[in-house]
Design a protein around this ligand. Structure first.
Ligand code: EPU
Length: 418
């Protein structure tokens, strides 16, 4: 495993470019199972998780060509509906193959998915939605065997909770076939809305009715098409925070401001000097940063994936900030690493913490833990005077493309060491 060696203190200046959204690209690769001939994706980030999702695609019999950020997928020769165990364990998004494989083959074998250890992360919402759609679910040794039924009745499905990947799975399953279904209580993250758009561009018939529900009319088959992955809102928001907390001046481009209202509004009310011009966020020096209180929620609420970077805003704010991670029950562990660096933090329970700022962070040897904690700690290391070793750089590679190159171009001093 490689580590990062970061020399602080550095401020980020200039423009930082945002790649395509990881959590959309991964699902579009699953959609490719249902698209005949060529499915062409542009603005695809070259990330570890994307490469793993492609390994699964190949293991199923699919072919792909990845040139720069253009990915051409061909699923014509896919002949297996079974996700290999060793690959499934590497990422959460492997489960989103369930919907498309079930739709194409009438059955799918899905081992329990992997991904960051940030909470209990049950797959019950997925299984319950499939059952409501008439799918027979057998769970043997942590592996799910799914078999679809041949019914033609209209379906009325209600998700147990607004789960992102469960929403994607049920939509992928029902988009091809003979049924008409209303699915309510769905998650409406921008990556999901764009997945729906991509299915419709491929000949699907899905109508979003604006109230966390969709009406899906199964079509006999999809057709070859192309799409462009939307910018990664989590990466964009993280970079905006990084510029602000390192005391830099710069911009983030493209900054998908319409998907980042909860964050931008919060940063503005903390007194951070951020303004939006077209597709760019411009961040200037801020005078006095105010403490805040956030609670994570499904979109359009405050995103859980931006919860950990907000702790760095708390570290430069004057006073007591409160974080309520209402979604995951193991996503505050990184605060112990920040505590070791000198942050005054009190973890109240699995979901809540208080941070007393401002803090002068000190360098140290710290663990990346999970993807979003890892990027937070990388930025924290840039804020600390001296050399920090951040272990397990590959955890950050799962979701951030060329991270040290992007940040070094803006003034960071990050070296990857074996
Ligand atoms: N949850 C609630 N209430 C809700 C909906 C969800 O409490 O109304 C809880 C769930 O119980 C769960 C958590 O929130 O503990 C997240 O649930 P979800 O099923 O939506 O998560 P997911 O589909 O497994 C995706 C992303 C995550 C992202 C979450 C939430 C992918 C591959 N993963 O996970 O991304 O944090 O949605 O937005 O799309 C990441 O990229 O680092 C990452 C972890």
């Amino acid at each position: 495993m490689a580590n990062f060696e970061i020399t602080g203190k550095t401020s980020l200046c200039g423009e930082i470019r945002v790649s395509g959204a990881k959590n959309e690209a991964l699902k579009l690769i699953s959609l490719a199972v249902l698209v005949p001939d060529e499915f062409v994706l542009d603005n695809v980030p070259r990330l570890k998780d994307v490469m793993t999702q492609l390994e699964i695609f190949e293991a199923l019999g699919g072919k792909y060509k990845f040139e720069d950020s253009k990915l051409t997928l061909n699923s014509n020769e896919i002949n297996s509906a079974e996700i290999p165990d060793e690959l499934s364990g590497k990422l959460r998004a492997s489960i989103v193959y369930a919907g498309s494989l079930l739709s194409r083959f009438g059955r799918a074998k899905i081992p329990c998915p992997g991904g960051c250890v940030i909470g209990s992360r049950s797959v019950e919402t997925h299984l319950d939605a499939f059952r409501q759609a008439g799918v027979l679910v057998k769970d043997r040794d942590g592996c799910f065997n799914l078999t679809s039924s041949d019914g033609t009745d209209d379906l009325d499905i209600k998700l147990c909770e607004k789960s992102v990947t469960a929403t994607e799975n049920i939509i992928l399953y029902l988009s091809v076939g003979q049924r008409r279904a209303r699915v309510s209580n769905i998650a409406i993250e921008p990556e999901i809305m764009h997945l729906i758009e991509s299915i419709n561009q491929s000949g699907g018939d899905i109508i979003f009715d604006g109230d966390n529900q969709v009406v899906i009319k199964g079509v006999p088959s999809l057709k070859s098409s192309s799409t462009i992955v939307i910018p990664d809102r989590i990466e964009a928001g993280t970079f905006a925070i990084a510029i602000a907390v390192t005391g830099g001046e710069g911009s983030v481009f493209p900054y998908p401001s319409k998907y980042l209202e909860a964050l931008t509004d919060q940063l503005i009310s903390c007194g951070i000097n951020i303004r939006i011009e077209n597709d760019r966020a411009i961040i200037g020096k801020s005078d006095k940063i105010k403490p805040f209180s956030i609670k994570t929620e499904p979109y359009p609420g405050f995103p859980t994936d931006l919860q950990s970077p907000m702790s760095l805003v708390a570290s430069v704010a004057n006073g007591e900030s409160a974080i309520n991670e209402a979604m995951f029950d193991n996503r505050l562990g990184y605060l112990n690493e920040l505590k070791g660096m000198g942050l005054n933090v009190e973890i109240l329970n699995k979901h809540e913490a208080k941070i007393f700022g401002p803090a002068k962070l000190a360098p140290g040897v710290i663990d990346s833990m999970d993807l979003r904690s890892g990027i937070t700690l990388l930025i924290a290391a840039m804020m600390a005077e001296g050399k920090t070793i951040l272990k397990d750089a590959e955890i950050i590679d799962r979701g951030y493309e060329n991270i040290e190159k992007k940040l070094n171009n803006a003034g960071a001093k990050i070296v990857r060491v074996e």
